[in-house]
Design a protein around this ligand. Structure first.
Ligand code: NAD
Length: 350
């Protein structure tokens, strides 16, 4: 394994902590990319990696992404991320999670954790027993903010999608606008309800048959084969399932005017942002449009406001997208590159 400095995803990360707890078998890496705007915040991923280098690459890349996402959402938070290196059987024990919580606590609030892939709310409740530096916990009795980020993410995506439709198609409402949604999970379901209420025409696909059927029954959407959903002739394609779905091959086959969805890391490479622009497909940079969840989590953690502040911060997402699209149009660069540059300026790394 290379040192963090030798890894291609190293981006002047402020600190990279390698955590070991022999008694529980915990092996983890906590990366703090930037604390320029506040404590480095970002979830913990529990994942089996083929080798340690891949885990290091993942945590370096994801923590930088969190710096950009938090900065662009206007949050007083920096960017960080943790990965717990699972064994092949993905053995997760209470002792391991507790040891991870103690490791987070040793960072004294400079890193704040939450759920990510492979980590449940129950795991975070266990982490909370060891440290205060956790968010994404269930809503406490009487609290306005907290709990499932999915509905908040969906609301931001809905507002951003509407802004994209107004800009690219010149349509002020979503009535009869055809949206193809990849995924029928948490965010996709809430998004589909918003869109259906506005009279949009929906096509949806999910590898989970029961889930897609339930959502179609509720929203009147047409069910599409998962292999076809991205390539449907539609006004908008909304990726709400997997990352890296926009690559050289798939971008060439798209038949849509707009990409606006919740999935993280939609572009396989930065060149795919340029490919979308070259095809005149308006792209809503993923970490800008999908920030509703982190906005809710941040407001819960920092306790700097209630449901109104969450709403206001999510309402600002379309404006941020407009700024990106304007700068892209003026400069001739693609929106994803413009968003990265804007985020770098915000964290003082232009
Ligand atoms: P989820 O697990 O609830 O839903 C994902 C859905 O995608 C599942 O129903 C799954 O069966 C489906 N899926 C998997 N592979 C598929 C395929 N090949 N074709 C079609 N469907 C497929 O997850 P979620 O919380 O709704 O998140 C969706 C995406 O949005 C993820 O990329 C996530 O990282 C991102 N995101 C979520 C949030 C949030 O608040 N939940 C915030 C920001 C970003």
């Amino acid at each position: 394994m290379t040192t963090p400095w030798g890894n291609p995803h190293f981006d002047d990360h402020e600190a990279v902590h390698f955590v070991t707890d022999r008694a529980s078998g915990l092996k983890a890496i906590i990366a703090m990319h930037s604390t320029a705007l506040g404590p480095a915040a970002g979830g913990t991923r529990f994942w089996h990696y083929d080798d340690e280098e891949k885990a290091l690459s993942d945590v370096l890349r994801l923590s930088r992404g969190m710096s950009y996402k938090n900065a662009m959402a206007g949050l007083p938070l920096g960017g960080g991320k943790a990965v717990i290196l699972a064994d092949e059987a993905r053995t997760k024990t209470p002792a391991m999670i507790a040891a991870f919580g103690r490791a987070v606590n040793r960072l004294a609030g400079n890193y704040v954790t939450a759920e990510d892939v492979g980590i449940t709310v129950e795991d975070m409740i266990a982490v909370r027993r060891e440290t205060d530096f956790v968010a994404g916990l269930p809503v406490e009795d009487g609290a306005e903010v907290g709990g499932d980020p999915g509905p908040h993410t969906a609301r931001g995506v809905y507002l951003g999608l509407k802004a994209a439709v107004a800009r690219r198609l010149g349509r002020e409402t979503l009535a009869d606008v055809h949206v193809a949604i990849q995924g029928a999970g948490s965010v996709a379901s809430h998004l589909a309800r918003h869109l259906a209420a506005d009279g949009a025409r929906l096509s949806i696909a999910d590898v989970n048959r029961a889930r897609v059927e339930a959502l179609a029954a509720e929203t009147g959407a047409t069910i599409v084969d998962p292999a076809d959903i991205l390539f449907l002739k539609a006004d908008v394609v909304s990726p709400c399932a997997l990352g890296a779905i926009l690559n050289e091959e798939s971008v060439g086959r798209l038949d849509t005017a707009i990409i606006a969805g919740a999935a993280n890391n939609q572009l396989a490479t930065p060149g795919d942002g340029q490919r979308l622009a070259a095809r005149d497909i308006l792209y809503a940079p993923d970490y800008v449009i999908n920030a509703g969840g982190i906005i809710n989590v941040s407001t819960e953690y920092l306790a700097d406001g209630g449901a109104d502040l969450v709403r206001q911060r999510i309402d600002a997402i379309p404006g941020r997208l407009e700024q990106i699209w304007d700068e892209a149009a003026q400069s001739g660069r693609d929106p994803a590159s413009v968003a990265d540059a804007m985020a770098q300026r915000l964290i003082g790394r232009a």
